[in-house]
Design a protein around this ligand. Structure first.
Ligand code: AMP
Length: 186
């Protein structure tokens, strides 16, 4: 298991741009496009995740629509694993399983393909596929908790939920029965 040095943490954190009042007044949006277009910061982050998850005996990485796709697919390629997109409702073409979650007003829904982690979520040896879920940021935790539930509902095992950033004051991690790891807590 790797620990992030103070220097590496600073390289990653300083590459993330704060945008006040986006997408609505009162929200401080954490913009990771400035991390992605900074090769040193992106590599520092991916090296850290690669080291951390190298020994987890994972079968798949699942990434949440849309920024989780970038980190998830990059990590999957590095680890030689399959990548599975968890998408917003109505985007996936094959048979899907859906999970609703509450927003401040109303609800939203995420979906995955029913066979994304193998038939009934199992590997060829009959064991449940081991899946790491990843997204850029955990706020209330509603989106990722629904995604983790979906992974388990199709028969696979969500072994950990990983986030580049965690807004710790919202206590989102308390929603999870799985292990939650965040690279940087804010
Ligand atoms: P939540 O379900 O409340 O944990 O929200 C997490 C999702 O919303 C993630 O996909 C994030 O990308 C996005 N999100 C929530 N708050 C922020 C924020 N302050 N800055 C950037 N993205 C955010």
């Amino acid at each position: 298991m790797s620990t992030l040095s103070e220097h590496e943490r600073e390289i990653i954190l300083s590459s993330i741009r704060d945008i006040p009042d986006f997408p609505k007044p009162g929200i401080l949006f954490k913009d990771i496009t400035t991390l992605l277009n900074n090769p040193k910061a992106f590599k520092t982050l991916m090296d850290h995740l690669h080291t951390r998850y190298g020994n987890y005996e994972l079968d798949y990485i699942a990434g949440i629509d849309a920024r989780g796709f970038v980190f998830g697919a990059t990590l999957a390629d590095r680890l030689g694993l399959g990548f599975v997109p968890v998408r917003k409702k109505g985007k996936l073409p094959y048979t899907t399983v859906a999970q609703k979650y509450s927003l401040e007003y109303g609800y939203d829904e995420v979906e995955i393909h029913i066979d994304a982690f193998g038939h009934e979520g199992k590997r060829e040896d009959g064991k449940r596929s081991r899946v790491l879920l990843i997204d850029d940021l955990i706020a209330t935790g509603g989106t990722a908790q629904a995604a983790a539930e979906l992974i388990n509902r199709v028969g696979a095992e969500c072994v950990e939920c990983c986030f580049v950033m965690e807004l710790g004051f919202l206590n989102g991690r308390e929603k999870f029965s799985q292990n939650v790891y965040s690279v940087i807590e804010i």
